[in-house]
Design a protein around this ligand. Sequence first.
Ligand code: C2O
Ligand code: CU
Length: 437
Amino acid sequence: MPAFASVAQFQPITARLGRVQIAPEGYPKTAIWGYDGSVPGPVIRVPQGARVQRLLRNELAQPTAIHWHGIRIDNAMDGVPGMTQEAVLTGGEFAYDFTVPDAGTYWYHSHNRSQEQLARGLFGPLIVEEADAPDVDADVVVVVDDWRMTEDAQIHESFGQMHDLSHGGRIGNFTQAFLRPQLDQVRRHDRLRLRLINPSTDRILTLSLQGMDGWVMALDGMPLGAPEPLGQIVLAPAQRAELFVDVTAEEGALATLVQHERDGGYALVDLPVVVGSRARRNAPAPLPPNPVILPEVTADTRREPLLMEGGAMGGMAQAMHDGEVKTIRELVQAGQAWALNGVAGMTREPWLNLSRGETVQITMINDTAFPHAIHLHGHHFREVLAAGYGPMRDTILIEAGARAEVALHADNPGKWMVHCHMLSHQMAGMMTWFDVA
Ligand code: C2O
Ligand code: CU
């Protein structure tokens, strides 16, 4: 009788220390903080509409909490300390109990001291399956994370450094792809469903495929109306992309996932193509749509700005912080570097009060010298374009100096955070919240 399961019957998920081989063989294992001691945390796979019941146990020396990123969740289960729950202290527990309305690729991660706790490994995939599985040969979660490591492959303890906070964030020196399940080889014309997740604290990934070709099927969990032919895939921190790809490389060659950097690219994953070619499939049908309302705006839709300011070379002179106007010097002394609508950090009153069912058009203005990945909790939203709308997303990348018009249909009651998912920027003030009542 799952509806009456007592908390004692929830499956535990334990935040604890672990040792994981992250750097290549030959390097020592890395001491991490992980769910059940692993990186990434265990893949949670559930059918669409299922009830997820997990008992978080905290065996870390710091308080923690789990946020279920991208799930249109009950507010009380959103995992934001100080807003939807108290942080779970060392030795403590919290019972997460929620349903998953949408199929797709989601993830879970700590939402306490996030820059440090994610850099140490506290994240995992949450996969919600459609009722009818599409026809593929393999369904693989690909978590691509950026690590800042010491020479002996240990996590660099440089958390919260003001230079990182005020620039592009805590960018690492080692990028690793974890495949779940592991995939060692493929055959020509195999169709793979790749579920890409970027849990990096701050790094924007630019990925492409060689020896494989296909379509983007979904972004941030939400299926595209029509599959889109694959080009380069840009994934800001927290973003996901679901691909269907067919292996096109010849037998004996490699199918490769490439990460592009300013000074070139390198292989994150190399899959040998073994003997046993099969007939190529037809182009896939779109994935079934999720039961989400697609926001529409009109000339009468309420409009609200979300102005991003601050950071190095940003020219911000002052901002509100903790209820006081502070100069940039005073802000930096308080560990702050960024502001949303003139305010650094959280406020007692929400940025927006929305009534349930209301649609609002948010003008996101990036008046800084860095890109930002703006995430809204509890909702997906879409960009308003000159002709129509962009895809539904829960995190949108806005380049330095750019702006985006975003349509949000606020149908999930509660208190929801808005923040940059470059966690160094969030830590240094780039966060606020809205209330839906
Ligand atoms: Cu991925 Cu505020 O979260
Ligand atoms: Cu940012």
